[in-house]
Design a protein around this ligand. Structure first.
Ligand SMILES: Cc1cc2nc3c(=O)[nH]c(=O)nc-3n(C[C@H](O)[C@H](O)[C@H](O)COP(=O)(O)OP(=O)(O)OC[C@H]3O[C@@H](n4cnc5c(N)ncnc54)[C@H](O)[C@@H]3O)c2cc1C
Length: 434
């Protein structure tokens, strides 16, 4: 009997795990179970709509999901339609590839006011994730505060200040385009607790800020150190130096040359969101750096704003039957092995770090561990899963069905855009059963 493997989640880490198993030489049957009808996780709902090239990695994932050994069960959520225990009863091995979809909460006085969002929910909203379609962020403000110095903060700022023409050839959903492009936003602030040297963005993303059609990046030269100091790897030093050079390039730009601005403000730690029921501003404490760490100085600044987006990290959702580290927001494992027969990969294993390709070695590790733990299969796998789903009347979406949904999205795309995303699950299912 082949070893039967279920992978929960069809994001990058689930797809890399399937690919590693297919290439491993293990005699196995693999089923990928995904809560949405659509595969690819954050490639669809996280990666910025104006970064279409980044999404091309899905072509390789598609080849894996079309392999004869691989099955796809979309629209099936573990924890809702089936429990992890039931799945483990059906399969020899289960790989958890569920990502880290929840925002780390902004633990500040006033952090629960209307108008404060985590970047996970805000990005999911403008990227058309069905669960966030109705988030309805209030963009009726001139100033926006984004907290955090990672690439996601840059994505959010860019999407808020790009012109309709710059976004026309993207898959930004019409409702999000309408809300963003009709908003009076003129100034977006990106705040970092530490300095530009400690910022986590990649240089390619930072440089994009200088190429915006109607927005200017603004930075106070006083905030930029002359050189990159402190203990770090040579690679990090090179990256930080490049980022510093890019930020210096922003200095000479005329802030009022465009109708919008993106302000980079360093060494400013948020301490309070103020206002009434709705956010009216953000109070920040100036910091000084000690050994690369931010230490409060007691001096505060108030920045009026009507929207706060906190991009300060992600955490996995706890699942019954999985040991969970609540502090890190990840599944507890020893390099991905939770116990024999149960493995974890991707952001659910490591937390939110690295780029898409960083998830690949996790899949290789899981395939290696499964090869160590099993010489042959014992559990029935796919037939048992199908039986259970039929018994529960759960309509799953096959990979062929997904291709039908994808074809409908491509056919409906406005000129030059890659697709017009279907957002509601019922609309996706309607395509399959018109
Ligand atoms: C806003 C944002 C932008 C990014 N942009 C880039 C970029 O431009 N370039 C880059 O290299 N990296 C980017 N990344 C990082 C990249 O997206 C991640 O490294 C990668 O998606 C992590 O893969 P994953 O499979 O662990 O998680 P995910 O991509 O989150 O996939 C998890 C999948 O599991 C499914 N799932 C969850 N729970 C269940 C359940 N109970 N049952 C069934 N299915 C379930 C989810 O629906 C999802 O499809 C970005 C990340 C974010 C948040």
């Amino acid at each position: 009997m082949p070893v039967t493997v279920a992978i929960i989640g069809a994001g990058p880490s689930g797809c890399y795990a399937a690919e590693a198993l297919v290439k491993s030489g293990i005699d196995c049957q693999i089923d990928v179970i995904e809560s949405l009808p659509t595969p690819y996780g954050l490639i669809r709902s996280g990666v910025a709509p104006d970064h279409e090239k980044t999404k091309r990695v899905t072509r390789a994932y598609e080849r894996t999901l079309l392999d004869v050994r691989v099955g796809y069960f979309g629209n099936v959520e573990i924890g809702r339609d089936l429990s992890l225990k039931e799945l483990r009863d059906c399969y020899d091995a289960v790989i958890v590839a569920v990502g880290a979809p929840l925002d780390r909460s902004l633990d500040l006085p006033g952090g629960d006011k209307a108008g404060v969002h985590g970047s996970a929910e805000f990005v999911s909203w403008y990227n058309g994730h069905p669960d966030y379609r109705d988030l309805g962020p209030d963009l009726n403000c001139k100033q926006v505060a984004i907290i955090g110095n990672g690439n996601v903060a840059l994505d959010v700022a860019r999407i808020l200040v790009k012109t309709p023409a710059e976004m026309a050839k993207t898959d930004l959903p019409a409702y999000a385009a309408e809300a963003i492009h009709n908003s009076p936003i003129t100034d977006v602030y990106i705040f970092g607790r530490r300095g530009p040297v400690q910022a986590k963005w990649t240089n390619v993303e930072l440089r994009e800020m200088a190429r915006l059609v109607d927005a200017t990046p603004v930075v106070d030269p006083v905030q930029l150190p002359d050189s990159v100091e402190g203990k770090m790897s040579e690679r990090d030093r090179r990256l930080s130096s490049k980022n510093l050079e890019t930020l210096r390039g922003f200095v000479g730009q005329e802030p009022d040359a465009a109708s919008k601005r993106v302000h980079f403000v360093f060494q400013a730690a948020p301490v309070e969101v103020f206002g009434g029921a709705h956010v009216e501003g953000l109070r920040l404490e100036r910091t000084r750096l000690e050994g690369g760490q931010a230490v409060g100085t007691g001096e505060t600044i108030d920045v009026p704003c009507g929207l706060v987006v906190a991009s300060i990290g992600y955490r996995a959702k706890p699942m019954e039957g999985l040991p969970f580290d609540a502090r890190r927001g990840t599944v507890v494992s020893s390099d991905g092995r939770v116990k024999p027969g149960l493995y974890v990969v991707g952001w659910a294993k490591r937390g939110p770090s690295g780029v898409i390709g960083t998830n690949k070695p996790d899949g290789d590790a899981a395939a290696r561990q499964i090869a160590e733990d099993f010489t042959k299969g014992e559990k029935p796998g796919r037939s048992a899963l199908q039986q259970l789903l039929e018994l529960r009347d759960t309509a799953w979406v096959s990979f062929e069905d997904w291709k039908t949904i994808e074809a409908a999205e491509i056919a409906a795309a406005p000129p030059g855009a890659p697709r017009k995303k279907l957002i509601r699950i019922r609309d996706m299912l309607k395509v399959l059963d018109p």
